[in-house]
Design a protein around this ligand. Structure first.
Ligand code: GLC
Length: 475
């Protein structure tokens, strides 16, 4: 079985969120189970020289996009045992701004990428059985395959496609003229992409791929409900027969408190005193009082759907209870950045906010804080709660999507965190105060140990993907 993964970002080459972590670890897990797989992504201008030096140009061709013909170079590199293809076109992917997305022509940039992935197959020595596409940036691959490639060239006829939704909020919606002016879709096929009067790439992939998956079983159910679906629920209900939810795993080698170079002191379940020492170090580094207050960590994109409006709403009330410190790391919406910076000023020695995306500090927070807060409004899977567990930080989450599938409340059997159900600030505060009470009992240590034993490695999920690929191939 030969799989080709298409991703718009892959760690460590280019990363803006959880998608890149999955892209950096799922293929490794598939490969270690003896299935051939390769990964293709854009060659962004921001990819560092240390990775570029591993690359070798293996093919060059033109990609037709309606009336355009655009250059594409294919670079190949092997990294950690996995073979990668990087697609080069400086006009699309070498932008002064280091951002991966957010340009006026994103629709065209990723149409180019998707078409180039299919064109590339004529020039390389790898003909996949399945192309596994991820999120809207690669959603046109199954669409182009169906509309323009199948039936014309035998290398395309037997290729199957799997499309994974990592976040349904971003669908790739563009004005209708993109269909003929950029994509070159013939008028009689235009309805595949048409949704509510505009072109919707994700809709096209849901229609044309052989299987649609999302990153947790609960989210697979949720997106068939209008509260979560951003308009796609009628379509998903109709296509339910090919929809599945498979929970993500985390990379247990990268995320290992025993070896992680970011730790002040490495630790394991057996050396939790080092973890306590880490808390002191983090408190010191963040300018917080070095005491036994319950230290809460928040590492996230600062966006309201991460549940931060709940945090905002009860922040003062929470701090008024005493015995709580908060450390925040993230960037995003201006008003949330301002809010957390204001809280730092208002509660000196108790609150520290760092604006930015700083992986090293993120790991230090996982390896030091007592409670890890993730009250998301919706969360397709979420990786931070699993990393937190691995590092002995007890997650407090809202019961949605992957958070619901991975965290059970310590009030019940086999609990590994604290949960609350409705999207309500005082329900969340109630759970935080419950956690604070628990924190001062001897059960806390046991909870930390249990958390660190929870297994969210890719093993089980990789097997589920392999099963799914076999089903798609009729094997
Ligand atoms: C997106 C989702 C997140 C998920 C990640 C990887 O970033 O928002 O919940 O963990 O993709 O699938």
């Amino acid at each position: 079985m030969k799989i080709l993964f298409a991703f718009s970002e892959v760690r460590p080459f280019a990363a803006s969120g959880g998608l890149s972590d999955v892209a950096g670890s799922l293929p490794k897990a598939i490969r270690s189970r003896q299935h051939a797989c390769r990964v293709v992504m854009p060659l962004y201008g921001s990819i560092k020289q240390e990775y570029r030096s591993l690359m070798r140009l293996i093919a060059e061709f033109q990609v037709p996009l309606s009336w355009r013909n655009q250059y594409c170079g294919v670079y190949e590199a092997t990294y950690n045992g996995v073979k990668y293809y990087f697609l080069d076109n400086e006009y699309y992917f070498k932008r002064d701004d280091k951002q991966l997305y957010g340009y006026y022509d994103d629709g065209e940039r990723f149409a180019f990428f998707s078409k180039a992935v299919l064109e590339m197959l004529k020039y390389i020595d790898y003909q996949p059985d399945i192309i596994h596409c991820n999120d809207w940036e690669t959603a046109l691959i199954p669409v182009f395959l169906n509309v323009s490639y199948r039936g014309n060239d035998e290398i395309y006829d037997r290729i199957k496609t799997v499309f994974t939704i990592h976040n349904i909020q971003y669908q790739g919606q563009f004005p209708n003229d993109i269909s003929w002016d950029v994509l070159g879709i013939p008028w009689y096929s235009a309805s595949i992409l048409d949704y509510n009067g505009c072109v919707n790439y994700m809709k096209g992939a849901i229609e044309t791929s052989d299987m649609v998956t999302t990153v947790s079983p609960t989210y697979a159910q949720e997106i068939m409900n209008p509260w979560f679906s951003y308009g796609l629920d009628p379509l998903l209900r109709e296509r339910q027969y090919k929809l599945a939810g498979i929970i993500n795993g985390i990379d247990m080698t990268v995320n290992n408190p025993e070896t992680d170079p970011a730790m002040y002191h490495n630790f394991s379940v057996k050396t939790l005193e080092n973890r306590r020492e880490n808390k002191r170090e983090l408190q010191k580094a963040m300018g917080l009082e070095q005491n036994d207050d319950m230290l809460i960590g928040i590492v996230t994109r600062l966006a309201s759907h991460k549940g931060l409006d709940l945090v905002k709403y009860i922040f003062d009330e929470m701090m008024s209870k005493g015995g709580i410190q908060v450390v925040v790391l993230g960037s995003g919406d201006r008003d949330l950045e301002d809010f957390f910076q204001n809280m730092e000023r208002k509660y000196p020695g108790k609150v520290k906010t760092t604006i930015g995306f700083i992986p090293d500090l993120a790991q230090k927070i996982y390896g030091s804080v007592d409670l890890f807060l993730m009250p998301s409004k919706s969360e397709p899977c979420g990786l931070a709660q699993m990393i937190a567990l691995r590092y002995g930080a007890i997650p407090l989450v809202r019961e949605t999507g992957g958070l619901k599938d991975t965290i059970q409340d310590l009030g019940g059997e086999n609990g590994n965190g604290f949960t609350f159900q409705s999207y309500n600030a005082h329900d969340m505060l109630g759970s935080i105060l419950r956690a604070k009470e628990y924190y001062h009992t001897e059960n806390w240590q046991k909870a930390v140990e249990h958390a660190m034993y929870c297994d969210f490695s890719w093993g089980k999920s990789a097997m589920e993907y392999i099963k799914l690929y076999k089903k798609v191939l009729g094997a």
